[in-house]
Design a protein around this ligand. Sequence first.
Ligand code: G3D
Ligand code: MG
Length: 175
Amino acid sequence: MHPDKLKIVVIGDSAVGKTSLRRRYMGEGFRGSYTATLGSEFSVKKIRETTITLFDLAGDPASKFLRSGYYAGTDGFIVVFDITNRKSFENLEGWFDEIRSNLGNGLKVFILGNKEDLRDMGNDRVEEDEAYEYANRKAKEFDASISFLTTSALTGYNVEVAFNKLIAEITMTEN
Ligand code: G3D
Ligand code: MG
């Protein structure tokens, strides 16, 4: 089935690469430098007959109340952390709490470990195994479809794959 429109919301800590991933997927290119997202930004893309609206929300704690207004009607969440920033991985817990009431009803989630291009730098990277395990645990906890992939908004690695897989999963189960 091909629904008319899909709403995808990208969340995660500040500076993990949410805006970069959205721009990369939407073909808007990668910019070396960004200003923090205020409130929300969005892009619209048409794939065949489906209009996809991608919201990218400010990740700072102070914007929590503002974000809550964007969650209704979401078909899929992209929850991003930065593999070089363990704190952003630990904070996934808080992000799942925030979207808890939206999960269910077949909602799809992809966790993305972004900045894969920096894997060889630093020494406290989040390993893929840990993130896979976390995704599986959350999938069981919420009885929801929760997947994991590593990405790089800088090189484009897996970006198209991740968004397209999420969209395919949503459209294959919606009717
Ligand atoms: P946010 O929307 O989650 O807050 P941004 O994050 O998209 O604004 O990105 C924050 C910073 O991380 C930006 O750098 C951006 O260029 C960088 N970044 C995003 N994705 C990647 C990636 O995959 N690899 C690398 N190496 N950097 C990335 P600045 O310098 O503007 O802070
Ligand atoms: Mg942003």
